[in-house]
Design a binder for this molecule. Structure first.
Ligand code: ASP
Length: 438
């Protein structure tokens, strides 16, 4: 029988009734044998996330202040879940130990990780699964980066002997000390477990039924995406569409395991299915989604005959590199080269970048255009559909959007346009409505 690794986010495990939903989801399919929980999230608007309370406790201790009132809220949540579900586990004993460690100045990572740890203990008890502590098999390198191969070897070996397990998300160890991923990192833990288990599917259960074709705050009622490839997803999430932690894509993508984003509160919704490749005929829409980000500046360097001057591009990029800037895109024309950078990063080194480019390339003109938004229209179907770009630009022109930069990613998976911030939302709406018919 194939295996499915399920990761449940904080809102999916925020209280006892959510735990019950999780159990019935697992009961529905016996292949769901490894479970990666987050810490309990918000139960309602304005509620606390346990991870936030743990970080708060850490900071209070650091500042020499009383963290007990905050820890009481943490204790109440876990004890409440245990009591409502009638569990055997003595969670108070574990809570006492965590409280003692926090009081004695445990690290921020240790404190934060205890939300997943305690939730994992409760869930394992409730499901009757084994509890596996990731400190023993999710490893980080000395510089804090994730050690994927050592982890994969250790976890693969362990899972061979363990048919059903709860493995808390978000943390592992670095030199025997607890170390966490960045916020939202349980998604990464789930993907790591899926790879080690050679799962046939990585299910990521959250509180939405998958990805939407556009940000619903910009396009109210935006349709859901049912199928997307990892490469498309990477382009969409890089441009701001977020449901999954960006780094969670790599372990499963590389291992050829599909991911399915599902909704714990609507388990019958098929959600979004993400896979390596998709037969062309499975995508009836020309585009898969449209996403964008604000806060960019475009540095345009113009020089007649630039195209025959050897090393011109390298020198512009050298100026960027010397100022410790990373660039996002680099559309070029015959006599113009543009480098798109985040305005916040450019700000402190703006003059020094200008001076260095001038010094190195002696351009005819150098201009910087701030206040830009970049919009990516992404779709594996675009390559095969002649006229897609024409439709996109017609739609923008009908919406009176002035396009300041165009870049068709070399992957041919996306068309990027740069627009003034004021045009950002109208442009996204125009593109969406051009391609997506209700
Ligand atoms: N609990 C952690 C956070 O709030 C990790 C996660 O939920 O994925 O960031």
């Amino acid at each position: 029988m194939g295996k499915i690794v399920t990761k449940f986010g904080g809102s999916s495990l925020s209280d006892a009734s959510q735990f019950q939903k999780v159990k019935s989801i697992l009961d529905m399919d016996k292949r769901r044998c490894y479970v990666v929980p987050s810490a309990p999230g918000r139960r309602f608007d304005g509620d606390d996330k346990i991870t936030d309370l743990l970080y708060q406790s850490y900071h209070l201790v650091q500042d020499g202040k009383d963290f007990k009132p905050v820890f009481e809220k943490i204790r109440e949540r876990f004890v409440g879940i245990k009591q409502e579900l009638g569990l055997e586990i003595d969670i108070s004993e574990y809570l006492d130990e965590v409280e003692k460690d926090i009081a004695s100045g445990a690290s921020a990572d240790y404190c934060a990780s205890r939300g997943e740890y305690l939730n994992g203990l409760l869930l394992a008890d409730y499901l009757g699964f084994m509890f596996l502590d990731p400190k023993d098999f999710i490893f980080f390198n000395k510089n804090g980066t994730f050690n994927s191969e050592r982890t994969n070897d250790a976890l693969t070996a362990l899972l061979k002997y363990c048919q059903k397990a709860v493995i808390p998300g978000f943390y592992g160890s670095l030199d025997e000390e607890i170390h966490t991923f960045s916020r939202g990192g349980s998604d990464i833990s789930g993907a790591i477990v899926a790879r080690a288990a050679k799962a046939e599917m990585y299910e990521n259960w959250t509180d939405v039924s998958g990805f939407l074709m556009a940000d619903p705050r910009v396009v109210p009622g935006a349709k859901g995406i049912s199928n997307v490839t990892y490469r498309e997803l990477r382009e969409l999430s890089y441009m701001g569409a977020s449901v999954l932690h960006e780094d969670s894509v790599f372990p499963v993508h590389r291992a050829g395991i599909p991911t399915n984003i599902r909704n714990t509160n609507a388990p019958d919704d098929p959600g979004t299915y993400i896979s390596h490749t998709m037969p062309d005929d499975e995508n009836p829409d020309v585009i898969t989604g449209v996403a964008g980000k604000l806060g960019f500046s475009v540095i345009s360097v113009e020089k007649a005959m630039m195209n025959v001057e050897h090393g011109f591009g390298r020198r512009v990029l050298q100026a960027i590199e010397e100022n410790n800037l990373s660039f996002e895109h680099m559309p070029t024309g015959i006599d113009t080269l543009c480098v798109v950078v985040a305005t916040a990063d450019l700000e402190p080194v703006r003059q020094s970048v200008i001076n260095r480019i001038v010094e190195l390339t002696n351009p005819d003109t150098l201009t910087i255009h701030d206040d830009m938004g970049i919009i990516a229209t992404v779709g594996r179907g675009m390559v095969h559909n002649p006229g897609t770009a024409a439709r996109l630009f017609m739609a923008l022109s009908s919406a009176h959007v002035n396009v300041r930069m165009i870049d068709q990613g070399s992957s041919e998976l996306s068309i990027l346009v740069g627009v003034d911030s004021a045009d950002f939302q109208p442009a996204i709406r125009a593109i969406y409505h051009e391609f997506v018919k209700d």
